[in-house]
Design a protein around this ligand. Structure first.
Ligand SMILES: Cc1cc2nc3c(=O)[nH]c(=O)nc-3n(C[C@H](O)[C@H](O)[C@H](O)COP(=O)(O)O)c2cc1C
Length: 184
């Protein structure tokens, strides 16, 4: 059976790079699903991920329609409960804080609460260097590491906001490589 990878997209410029990660995973014959925060949808459209995965993209914890399908009625549980790996790419300071505190008020944080115990949990931070260097952001990221999450990046480089420093999303190919090695 194909490994199941659930990608969580949160709201920042680097969200466009997630399309490349998803595309590479699909080419590697992984069963990929995507959940997006409402703010992520301001940066990149769910249609991009639906087209790449040929699967429904979830953007809300509440159902779009009422049918007998369990996935439609319980978006906060499915597909999260079945994932072999859950990867937040990119991870905003906001979603990192929510994950570190067990919050579940959007489809990405709620999905994290529904994962099976042995699901691989990975987050890929992306933000302005001053945001990344905030003590509270560092503490939240370290808390996730203590809870068993794996962190990829961020890298040092030039960012969309015009600044240079640590906070740049890791290269899509590097992220894909780690995901593949964790599920294959
Ligand atoms: C143009 C723009 C770029 C942003 N880039 C980032 C970013 O790179 N990292 C980050 O943590 N937040 C960034 N933000 C702020 C987030 O969008 C904001 O914290 C939002 O609440 C995140 O929501 P989410 O975590 O639910 O997706 C940006 C906002 C704007 C308007």
């Amino acid at each position: 059976m194909k490994p199941k990878v659930l990608i969580g997209v949160s709201g920042c410029i680097a969200a466009y790079k997630t399309a490349e990660v998803v595309s590479q995973l699909v080419k590697a014959d992984i069963n990929v699903r995507v959940v997006m925060t409402e703010n992520a949808c301001r940066f990149v459209t769910p249609l991009t991920f639906a087209a790449l995965t040929q699967q429904h993209v979830l953007t809300s914890i509440f159902p779009d329609t009422l049918t007998s399908s369990k996935e439609v009625i319980y978006p906060h549980l499915y597909p999260a409960t079945e994932a072999d790996a859950f990867v937040i790419v990119p991870a905003t300071a906001n979603i990192i804080a929510k994950l570190a505190h067990g919050m579940g008020d959007d489809i990405v944080s709620c999905s994290a609460l529904a994962l099976k115990p042995d699901c691989k949990r990975i987050f890929c931070p992306a933000m302005n260097a001053q945001m990344w260097s905030q003590q509270v952001v560092g503490e939240n990221a370290r808390k996730l590491l203590k809870l068993g999450w794996h962190q990829i990046g961020p890298e040092v480089g030039r960012m969309a906001c015009g600044t240079y420093g640590a906070g740049r999303l890791s290269a899509p190919s590097a992220i894909t490589e780690v995901i593949l090695s964790s599920v294959l």
